[in-house]
Design a protein around this ligand. Structure first.
Ligand SMILES: Cc1ncc(C[n+]2csc(CCOP(=O)(O)OP(=O)(O)O)c2C)c(N)n1
Length: 285
């Protein structure tokens, strides 16, 4: 990736982060921590790696994204709006009655959403099924299956992974957001996942682990893993819950927050101002 492209993705990541904060603040509550930890991944996917058509979201040759950790929907919606799947104004209807943006993704409601998720674990089977269908149809599209590290407590994930590895569904990249926290504590204290790289390798996956806030490393790893043709592939992202906003990174209870507390209001406003300044500078305005 040349410098210009890196800067373009950096801008996109900042815009996704800003819109994620804006929509959650507007709604008054929501899953901030796990949304922010996948922002750089989404910037690389929607800004560079994915094949899609915003005019035809159902295009049969598109790559598909299964956000199995569906509670991070706000970040995905921000990315979809940014690249043009729908009007960004819609972001402010998040989780309202009758909205096309429910808190968790619904493939029948939102242009660009490929799988309905939210019940942790289930998206892994959906992703495996989509990938198998693609293979049986002799198509060449890729599937990106985004899974939380806390989500891995669900045994269903490991059944799906075994299936993906057994059938060498190398076009179904398993991406684990290893932010080391889940709803109410660290993954290590709640149900220790142990060494995820070793585990995924033992399950038959060619596995890489990179810093999940580093656009260049994420992009390189995805490009490398896309080149693996004979085995299942897994990318583990070493991330921080609340990534990119120091206050939320350091906040202990950062899974889901209410935005009516003074400190949270102030810190969110400050983070949004900082992002706006960064974006304006990047755009040269
Ligand atoms: C089957 C199921 N059980 C419980 C929940 C409630 N829940 C939502 S998010 C979450 C924690 C998930 O942790 P992780 O996958 O690490 O997500 P992240 O830290 O990236 O937000 C839980 C328990 C759920 N959505 N589905």
């Amino acid at each position: 990736m040349g410098n210009e492209e890196v800067e373009r993705l950096r801008l996109l990541a900042a815009e996704i982060r800003l819109d994620t904060l804006a929509m959650l603040k507007h709604r008054g509550y929501g899953h901030i921590g796990g949304s922010l930890s996948i922002v750089e991944l989404l910037a690389v996917l929607y800004g560079k790696q994915l094949k899609y058509d915003i005019q035809n979201p159902q295009w049969s040759d598109r790559d598909q994204v299964v956000l199995s950790k569906g509670h991070a929907g706000p970040a995905l919606y921000s990315a979809l709006a940014k690249v043009g799947f729908f009007d960004p104004e819609l972001l402010f209807s998040l989780n309202e009655g009758g909205t096309s943006l429910p808190s968790h993704p619904d493939r029948l409601k939102t242009p660009g959403i490929d799988a309905t998720t939210g019940s942790l674990g289930q998206g892994t089977s959906v992703g495996a099924g989509i990938a198998m269908g693609i293979k049986m149809d002799g198509q060449t599209n890729d599937v990106y299956l985004i899974v939380g590290d806390g989500e891995l407590n669900e045994g269903q994930c490991w059944e799906a992974f075994q299936f993906i590895a057994h059938f060498k569904l190398n076009h179904c990249m398993v991406i684990i957001d290893e932010n080391k926290k889940q709803l109410d504590g660290t993954t290590a204290e709640i149900l220790n996942p142990f060494d995820l790289v070793a585990k995924m390798r033992a399950f038959g996956f060619t596995t890489m682990k990179v810093k999940g806030d580093n656009l260049i490393e994420i992009d390189k790893a995805i490009t490398f893993l896309k080149g693996v043709t004979d085995r299942a592939v897994c990318l583990i992202l070493d991330t921080v819950k609340g990534q990119g906003v120091k206050y939320f990174e350091e906040l202990d209870a950062n899974h889901s927050v209410k935005f009516n507390q003074e400190e949270i209001k102030r810190e969110t406003a400050q983070a949004m101002t900082d992002l706006k300044v960064f974006i304006a500078e990047k755009k040269g305005v």
